[in-house]
Design a protein around this ligand. Sequence first.
Ligand code: TYM
Length: 335
Amino acid sequence: MYKDKKVVFSGIQPSGSLTIGNYLGALKNFSAFSEEYRCYYCVVDEHAITVRQNPAELRRRTYDTLALYVACGLDPEKNVLFVQSHVSGHAELGWILDCYTMFGELSRMTQFKDKSKKNADNINAGLFTYPALMAADILLYQTELVPVGDDQKQHLEIARDIATRFNGIYGDTFIVPDAFINKTPAARIMSLAEPTKKMSKSDENENATVRILDDRDTVIRKFKRAVTDSESEICAREGKDGIINLMSIYGAFTGKSFEEIEREFDGKGYGEFKLAVGETCADALAPVQAEFKRLSSDKAYLESLMAKGAAEAHHDSLRTLSKVRRKIGFTERPR
Ligand code: TYM
């Protein structure tokens, strides 16, 4: 609780150029909370280094992700927009929560298993304890609601378990947060190349993802190449993962239901449908891209946002941090 408002927190890793999965599953929904809640939207650069990053690219993407937050409609006056590593409380609470998170529960995390497979030469401790840092991000601000895509469900569950465990030992300390996951299929946008796999910003196959900043021709070309099936009917039948994914994307951009989409494309071919999805997506992204272009060329402005967001987040984080330090028996920090 912040003053009289409940808290919303969410974060995005600057570990790749953001995709329409990030946009439809998370980012696009963030601004809806701004009036009613105290909202913190964080660029989680500390999480990004659990996988090896090129330093110059990480820096650039951190600016770009912040610019995209604003370009997607997050008003910096109404939301606390900041970079995780600018607020030391995240790492500090992250360490503390490591000590209240069990090896066994971390071992069960599917993201850890997937990323260990993908980065077999760099299965570092940070990758393993990632969920405790994510819990720290959320619990630090006494968050009630965490808007995320479907893939973060398990991480939210462990954050709730950690909060509940800590509260059980020391008495009420943290609010136990709830995930806010879209009820539409946009909560899980799939790869265009392998539609049984989640679309991921770190996918090396450029045909698998549509990026928020892809130009119009690229967007349309990627949808044209999207993997579908050997049938010709546009419907959400089992086994038609590629078509269902395209219907989910089209539905998310137009607000149309699967039934409406099936009716609209009844008797039409995949080519026509793919073109319609591509054009609709490109049209929707155009204003975001224009705003991004304007903002990203103004580094001084982005740095002023970083400074403002960091100061506010740091200030707000101290309440929970000092409460936690006291409860676990740390001595008071000399002033
Ligand atoms: P990240 O950076 O992978 O993704 C950012 C957000 O985008 C959502 N998302 C998707 N939604 C639908 N379809 C997809 N294909 C898709 N891909 C990604 C994610 O669910 C997420 O909401 N662990 C988090 C970052 C994080 C965080 C936090 C989130 C760190 N601390 C605290 C919330 C609260 C992650 O890796 O997101």
